[in-house]
Design a binder for this molecule. Structure first.
Ligand code: HEC
Ligand code: HEC
Length: 302
């Protein structure tokens, strides 16, 4: 556990003990000024305003005084039992860290109990279980929504999980792998040596693959580059290759945009989508629930 440096250690000890002693002294000093039991004979302090307004000096009521004494005793007992005086641990050995760890352990035990019910359930059974799906929805909100959107709809650079197109392959197992180990899309920057007209023509060819508006003459010019540079990953017809995460260029799903400029930029600069691994963040049973939940997004959706 981290310790205070000697300076702060002594400062805390001296200020704590000092203020308790000061409090005690103040009580006894004020009591000494007017230590009487009968409240009728009242001293005054000798201060007079406007010729006849005198400042009186009533003694503190006993019960009031004793309240202060009790707080002093409480403070001393507290400092003996609990850590309060610099680095001195207190005889109970209580620490915030211990308390925090106990709370975490308690919460984990409670979660484990809930999750145990889902042990060994198939993806289909999980998807049909309202409790599991509610857990999945909450996990998705905590861990995934900031990138994929709270409805899984995605955004530029972040794939839509609520549709039925899967860049890395469809199915529960692929989703579970994405969650557990992450996914790193590597579209290499291939346009570094190409002139703009060449990139322009290539982009038109890429647009032709999915039937988007394009200039046929440009597309015909671009085809050769596509065949040479792109087919290995995206396929002859642009259907992509799930094993590499190379997306289909022949559909209407565009992670990075479908305009000629977007496509030119993709080819020139490359793209490196990074889905972080969640193995160390989310427990295995929770990852399975989450994968089933993600599958349900596309099945319930459009
Ligand atoms: C930091 C942002 C980020 C977070 C957080 C994140 N993802 Fe992703 N995810 C991505 C990106 C970016 C990709 C695309 C990777 C690529 O370009 O290949 C991706 C890809 C995926 C894929 C593959 C999609 C496909 O079409 O094959 C799945 C499934 C997925 N994420 C699910 C999840 C789930 C479930 C969570 C919550 C545990 C999550 N992601 C959290 C950024 C994120
Ligand atoms: C080594 C394999 C590989 C090669 C070669 C390759 N790509 Fe890619 N491409 C990818 C991957 C992987 C992605 C997805 C990147 C990501 O998820 O961040 C991608 C993404 C893209 C995208 C973005 C798709 C979208 O949905 O926005 C376009 C466009 C594209 N590539 C075009 C091309 C063209 C044109 C060529 C040839 C000049 C090419 N790629 C060559 C692997 C490749």
């Amino acid at each position: 556990m981290t310790q205070l440096t000697p300076f702060w250690n002594w400062l805390v000890i001296i200020v704590s003990i000092g203020s308790i002693l000061a409090c005690w002294w103040l009580l006894h000093w004020t009591k000494g000024i007017s230590d009487r039991d009968d409240d009728t004979s009242v001293d005054d302090t000798g201060h007079v305003w406007d010729h006849d307004i005198r400042e009186l000096n009533h003694p503190l009521p006993r019960w009031w005084l004793h309240l202060f004494n009790i707080t002093i005793v409480f403070a001393l007992v507290y400092l003996v039992l609990f850590p309060g005086l610099g680095n001195i641990p207190g005889v109970l050995g209580w620490t915030q860290v211990q308390r925090y760890e106990a709370n975490v352990a308690e919460a984990e035990a409670a979660t484990a109990e809930v999750l145990a019910a889902y042990e060994g359930m198939s993806p289909g059974a999980l998807a049909a279980d309202a409790g599991a799906m509610e857990t999945g929805r909450r996990l998705f909100g905590n861990y995934c929504a900031m990138c994929h959107g709270s409805d899984g709809g995605g955004g530029p650079g972040f794939p839509n999980l609520a549709d039925d197109y899967w860049q890395w392959g469809e199915g529960y197992d692929n989703v579970l792998t994405a969650i557990t180990h992450g996914r790193q899309g590597v579209m290499p920057p291939l346009g570094a040596t190409m002139e703009y007209p060449q990139l322009f023509a290539l982009a038109h060819y890429v647009r032709s693959l999915s039937g988007l508006d394009h200039e046929a003459a440009q597309a015909a010019k671009g085809q050769q580059d596509y065949t040479m540079l792109c087919v290995a990953c995206h396929g002859v017809e642009g259907h992509g290759m799930a094993a590499l995460g190379a997306p289909s260029l022949a559909d209407d799903e565009w992670l990075y945009g479908r305009t000629v400029d977007d496509i030119v930029e993709t080819v020139q600069a490359g793209r490196n989508g990074n889905m972080p691994a969640h193995e160390s963040l989310i427990s295995e049973p929770q990852r399975r629930i989450l994968a089933a939940y993600v599958m349900s997004l596309s099945q319930n959706g459009d």
